[in-house]
Design a protein around this ligand. Structure first.
Ligand SMILES: [Zn+2]
Ligand SMILES: [Zn+2]
Length: 170
Protein backbone atom coordinates (compact mmCIF):
# COMPACT_ATOMS: atom_id res chain seq x y z
CA UNK A 1 0.00 0.00 0.00
CA UNK A 2 2.75 2.45 0.99
CA UNK A 3 4.42 1.94 -2.36
CA UNK A 4 1.57 3.72 -4.05
CA UNK A 5 2.17 6.93 -2.14
CA UNK A 6 3.69 9.82 -4.03
CA UNK A 7 4.99 12.85 -2.25
CA UNK A 8 6.09 16.22 -3.49
CA UNK A 9 5.74 15.69 -7.20
CA UNK A 10 2.42 16.19 -8.87
CA UNK A 11 1.78 13.61 -11.55
CA UNK A 12 1.43 15.18 -15.01
CA UNK A 13 -2.23 15.25 -15.62
CA UNK A 14 -5.10 17.12 -17.02
CA UNK A 15 -3.94 19.39 -19.79
CA UNK A 16 -0.24 19.08 -19.09
CA UNK A 17 2.31 17.57 -21.43
CA UNK A 18 5.94 16.83 -20.64
CA UNK A 19 7.72 18.06 -23.77
CA UNK A 20 11.14 17.03 -22.47
CA UNK A 21 9.90 13.47 -22.29
CA UNK A 22 8.39 13.83 -25.76
CA UNK A 23 11.73 15.13 -27.05
CA UNK A 24 13.78 12.38 -25.45
CA UNK A 25 11.48 9.77 -26.97
CA UNK A 26 12.83 10.89 -30.36
CA UNK A 27 9.47 12.13 -31.61
CA UNK A 28 8.88 15.64 -32.88
CA UNK A 29 5.13 15.58 -32.47
CA UNK A 30 2.41 13.60 -30.78
CA UNK A 31 -1.37 13.66 -30.45
CA UNK A 32 -3.16 13.84 -27.11
CA UNK A 33 -6.76 13.76 -26.03
CA UNK A 34 -7.82 15.02 -22.62
CA UNK A 35 -11.10 15.43 -20.82
CA UNK A 36 -11.44 19.04 -19.67
CA UNK A 37 -13.18 20.03 -16.45
CA UNK A 38 -13.32 23.82 -16.07
CA UNK A 39 -12.56 25.11 -12.60
CA UNK A 40 -14.38 28.41 -13.07
CA UNK A 41 -17.30 29.83 -15.00
CA UNK A 42 -16.12 30.43 -18.57
CA UNK A 43 -19.49 31.11 -20.16
CA UNK A 44 -21.21 34.44 -20.55
CA UNK A 45 -24.63 32.80 -20.71
CA UNK A 46 -26.30 33.18 -17.34
CA UNK A 47 -26.77 29.94 -15.38
CA UNK A 48 -25.17 27.85 -18.13
CA UNK A 49 -22.52 25.28 -17.30
CA UNK A 50 -20.08 23.25 -19.32
CA UNK A 51 -20.92 19.57 -19.38
CA UNK A 52 -18.64 17.22 -21.20
CA UNK A 53 -15.55 18.82 -22.75
CA UNK A 54 -12.70 17.22 -24.67
CA UNK A 55 -9.43 18.68 -25.87
CA UNK A 56 -7.64 16.95 -28.74
CA UNK A 57 -4.33 18.42 -29.64
CA UNK A 58 -1.20 17.83 -31.68
CA UNK A 59 1.92 19.00 -29.89
CA UNK A 60 4.86 19.76 -32.16
CA UNK A 61 8.30 20.45 -30.77
CA UNK A 62 9.96 23.61 -32.04
CA UNK A 63 13.17 25.39 -31.13
CA UNK A 64 12.85 26.60 -27.54
CA UNK A 65 9.41 25.17 -26.93
CA UNK A 66 6.38 23.64 -28.58
CA UNK A 67 3.32 24.52 -30.61
CA UNK A 68 -0.02 23.00 -29.67
CA UNK A 69 -2.69 22.89 -32.34
CA UNK A 70 -6.03 21.33 -31.75
CA UNK A 71 -9.67 21.72 -30.91
CA UNK A 72 -11.95 21.84 -27.93
CA UNK A 73 -15.38 20.25 -28.09
CA UNK A 74 -17.70 21.18 -25.26
CA UNK A 75 -21.33 20.88 -24.32
CA UNK A 76 -23.14 23.85 -22.84
CA UNK A 77 -26.05 23.04 -20.55
CA UNK A 78 -28.39 25.87 -19.74
CA UNK A 79 -31.76 27.22 -20.66
CA UNK A 80 -33.11 27.92 -24.11
CA UNK A 81 -32.66 31.59 -24.94
CA UNK A 82 -36.12 31.65 -26.52
CA UNK A 83 -38.40 29.53 -24.32
CA UNK A 84 -36.29 29.13 -21.14
CA UNK A 85 -36.66 25.35 -21.07
CA UNK A 86 -33.55 23.23 -20.40
CA UNK A 87 -31.31 23.16 -23.46
CA UNK A 88 -27.88 21.90 -24.35
CA UNK A 89 -25.69 22.51 -27.35
CA UNK A 90 -22.27 21.28 -28.40
CA UNK A 91 -19.59 23.56 -29.78
CA UNK A 92 -16.18 22.93 -31.33
CA UNK A 93 -13.47 25.58 -31.41
CA UNK A 94 -10.00 25.30 -32.87
CA UNK A 95 -6.91 26.80 -31.33
CA UNK A 96 -3.18 27.19 -31.77
CA UNK A 97 -0.97 28.03 -28.81
CA UNK A 98 2.79 28.41 -28.76
CA UNK A 99 4.85 27.66 -25.69
CA UNK A 100 8.38 28.78 -25.03
CA UNK A 101 10.92 29.68 -22.40
CA UNK A 102 11.54 33.12 -23.90
CA UNK A 103 10.04 36.11 -22.10
CA UNK A 104 7.83 37.01 -25.03
CA UNK A 105 6.46 33.49 -25.45
CA UNK A 106 2.68 33.31 -25.74
CA UNK A 107 2.53 30.68 -22.98
CA UNK A 108 5.36 29.51 -20.74
CA UNK A 109 7.17 26.19 -20.56
CA UNK A 110 7.71 25.32 -16.91
CA UNK A 111 10.17 22.60 -15.97
CA UNK A 112 9.73 21.04 -19.38
CA UNK A 113 5.97 20.95 -19.02
CA UNK A 114 3.40 22.81 -21.08
CA UNK A 115 -0.03 23.42 -19.62
CA UNK A 116 -2.89 23.93 -22.06
CA UNK A 117 -5.37 25.05 -19.39
CA UNK A 118 -4.97 28.81 -19.91
CA UNK A 119 -5.19 28.51 -23.71
CA UNK A 120 -8.30 26.33 -23.52
CA UNK A 121 -9.98 28.60 -20.97
CA UNK A 122 -9.29 31.70 -23.06
CA UNK A 123 -10.65 29.97 -26.13
CA UNK A 124 -13.94 29.10 -24.43
CA UNK A 125 -14.27 32.54 -22.84
CA UNK A 126 -13.74 34.21 -26.23
CA UNK A 127 -16.04 31.87 -28.13
CA UNK A 128 -18.65 31.60 -25.40
CA UNK A 129 -22.05 31.41 -27.09
CA UNK A 130 -24.50 34.24 -26.49
CA UNK A 131 -27.53 32.02 -27.04
CA UNK A 132 -28.47 28.36 -27.03
CA UNK A 133 -31.74 26.89 -28.16
CA UNK A 134 -33.66 23.79 -27.08
CA UNK A 135 -34.05 23.14 -30.80
CA UNK A 136 -33.21 25.08 -33.95
CA UNK A 137 -36.77 26.08 -34.69
CA UNK A 138 -37.87 26.86 -31.15
CA UNK A 139 -40.69 29.41 -31.43
CA UNK A 140 -40.06 30.85 -27.99
CA UNK A 141 -42.50 32.54 -25.69
CA UNK A 142 -45.16 35.05 -26.65
CA UNK A 143 -43.78 38.47 -25.69
CA UNK A 144 -47.27 39.56 -24.65
CA UNK A 145 -48.73 36.69 -22.60
CA UNK A 146 -45.68 34.45 -22.05
CA UNK A 147 -47.33 31.38 -23.58
CA UNK A 148 -44.97 28.71 -24.96
CA UNK A 149 -45.54 29.09 -28.71
CA UNK A 150 -44.08 25.59 -29.34
CA UNK A 151 -47.27 24.28 -27.74
CA UNK A 152 -49.44 26.28 -30.13
CA UNK A 153 -50.44 29.82 -30.97
CA UNK A 154 -51.85 31.96 -28.21
CA UNK A 155 -54.74 34.35 -28.62
CA UNK A 156 -52.45 37.35 -28.87
CA UNK A 157 -51.64 36.41 -32.48
CA UNK A 158 -55.12 37.22 -33.73
CA UNK A 159 -55.09 40.40 -31.74
CA UNK A 160 -51.74 41.46 -33.24
CA UNK A 161 -52.76 40.70 -36.82
CA UNK A 162 -55.93 42.71 -36.48
CA UNK A 163 -53.89 45.56 -35.02
CA UNK A 164 -51.22 45.47 -37.74
CA UNK A 165 -53.77 45.33 -40.53
CA UNK A 166 -55.57 48.23 -38.96
CA UNK A 167 -52.48 50.41 -38.71
CA UNK A 168 -51.19 49.63 -42.21
CA UNK A 169 -54.39 51.07 -43.62
CA UNK A 170 -53.78 54.48 -42.14
ZN1 LIG B 1 -36.74 26.72 -26.69
ZN1 LIG C 1 -49.65 35.57 -26.32
Amino acid sequence: MGDMQQTGKAAPCCLQIDINKLGSSGKTEENFTFPFVPERQLLSLPSATIGKATVSVTVRLVKGGAVAEGKVTYTVNGECSRCLKPASATFTEEFTASFGTAKDAEYPVRAGIIDLTAAVEELIVTASPQVIYCREDCKGLCPDCGADLNAGECNCKNFREVNQNGSSQG
